[in-house]
Design a protein around this ligand. Structure first.
Ligand code: KIV
Length: 271
């Protein structure tokens, strides 16, 4: 389905209605104008300007170094392209943990300077004061539980989270706390499918899974992974819809060959 500019804009309210109606929510990341335009035309409900930009745009190993200025830049590029999807912007590491006044200031900068519609924060009870302060300013907040990549140096690995009872119990409590605080949705990253199902049924706000099974209210993938641009990353949860690495390198090789052989440009391509 191609969605045109007069399509009804997706809001946080739309997502809640979708959960109530049992309609699955679609979410993908985007970081730049050209791809965000295509993702929006493809009909995705939510575009996440993820701090995974640190990995796929900047080539870093983790999301930890991402700056607020860089997130705002990527979100500005995406916002110019999007007609329909709800745009959620990740708050980068160091802009909301431990100090809710700084968190509010960072969220306000994102909203005013980027034109995004909501922010996403990683964590539960540890950051709930920041979540509540941002919400009190009228800024919609999406939570993120399970594998939270900004805490990679605490976890030590990117493996599945909340397999043990204690961590699963904390995740359930955190999800309820985020719901009570007023978050409009929560991302569950890399947790057991049965746990994601249990929590999705227990809370009234939508859950969006990545490596969290089919019973979340929606799904999210990193765009560059599902398009097959980043082929060095192959977790079990990832479905690749294209093999753009092969197609793009093939096109570049062909172009080089055509220029070197004198085939490009031909007469029709000249003035
Ligand atoms: O930054 C990101 O892309 C994310 C998704 C993996 C949910 O947070």
């Amino acid at each position: 389905m191609s969605v045109h500019s007069n399509a009804r804009k997706v809001t946080t309210h739309t997502l809640q209605e979708m959960k109530r109606a049992g309609e699955k929510i679609t979410m993908l990341t985007a970081y730049d104008y050209s791809l965000a335009k295509l993702v929006d035309r493809g009909g995705v409900d939510v575009i996440l300007v993820g701090d995974s930009a640190s990995n796929v745009m900047a080539g870093r190993d983790t999301t930890v170094p991402m700056s607020l200025d860089h997130m705002i830049y990527h979100a500005q590029c995406v916002e110019r392209a999007v007609d329909r999807a709800l745009i959620v912007v990740d708050m980068p590491f160091g802009t909301y943990q431990g100090n809710s006044a700084i968190a509010l200031e960072s969220a306000i900068r994102i909203m005013k300077e980027s034109g995004g519609h909501a922010v996403k924060l990683e964590g539960g009870s540890e950051i709930v004061e920041s979540v509540q302060r941002i919400l009190s300013a009228g800024i919609p907040v999406m939570g993120h539980l399970g594998l939270t990549p900004q805490s990679i140096y605490k976890f030590g690995t990117y493996t599945v989270r909340a397999k043990e009872e204690e961590e699963a119990a904390k995740l359930i409590e955190d999800a309820k706390l985020l719901e009570e605080s007023g978050c409009f949705a929560i991302v569950f990253e890399k947790i057991p499918a049965h746990l994601a199902k249990q929590v999705s049924e227990a809370i009234s706000i939508p859950t969006i899974g990545i490596g969290a099974g089919q019973d979340c209210d929606g799904q999210v993938l990193v765009l560059h992974d599902m398009l097959g641009i980043t082929t060095d990353f192959s977790p079990r949860f990832l479905r690749r819809y294209l093999d753009l690495e092969t197609q793009i390198t093939g096109a570049v090789q062909q172009y080089c060959e055509d220029v070197r052989s004198g085939d490009f440009p031909n007469e029709e391509e000249s003035y």
